[in-house]
Design a protein around this ligand. Structure first.
Ligand code: FES
Length: 182
């Protein structure tokens, strides 16, 4: 079994162990375990990759291969995902300008996640809102007839709601990891 370096968070190993107990150690369980780590933390850290590899008895490079293959597992994901359409109708209606505005507002490039872990913003293909182009999905909600201001106001509202919710949770159960001071 993997000996974690002293600075490693033992909670990661404990969490992976509980997921392995739930899903088993068969190769087919690798994906659900990784998905759950991703869902809980918004990312799959190098340490998590090492621990998962150890528990499944496979080389870390195999785990990384799964993470990379399933692109949605790779990289940090926000608690909310903004998907901006860049297919024809939206492209012709100015999706590129809106993408640039969102990048400025959020401070990350398309495909990136804000530092506070609140929002991931990315390009997608047609989301079935062509008659309201340009359009985007905010989590499961479609927002159409966008212009730069409407897009910026929408993501600002998402971040404000996210902050309020996390503040309420912090009052009830204590601060989350990213709310604690360093
Ligand atoms: S082309 Fe953008 S929603 Fe259909």
């Amino acid at each position: 079994m993997l000996n974690l370096p002293p600075e490693a968070d033992p909670a990661v190993a404990a969490e992976v162990d509980s997921l392995v107990a739930e899903h088993g150690r068969d190769r087919g369980a690798l994906l659900p375990v990784l998905q759950e780590v991703q869902r809980r933390h918004g990312e799959i850290s190098d340490l998590a990759v090492q621990v998962v590899a150890d528990r499944f008895g496979v080389p870390p490079v195999d785990v990384l291969g799964v993470v990379t293959f399933y692109r949605f597992l790779a990289g940090r994901r926000g608690r909310h995902v903004v998907r901006l359409c860049r297919t024809l109708s939206c492209a012709m209606a100015g999706a590129d300008d809106i993408g640039a505005r969102l990048e400025r507002e959020l401070g990350v490039p398309m495909g990136g996640t804000t530092d506070d872990g609140a929002v991931t913003v990315e390009w997608v293909h047609c989301i079935g809102q062509c008659d309201r182009a340009p359009a985007m999905l905010v989590d499961d909600d479609a927002v159409g007839d966008l212009d730069g201001d409407r897009a910026a106001e929408t993501v600002a509202a998402v971040r404000a709601r996210d902050r309020t919710l996390r503040d309420e949770v912090a009052v009830r159960v204590g601060p989350t990891d990213d709310q604690r001071s360093p």
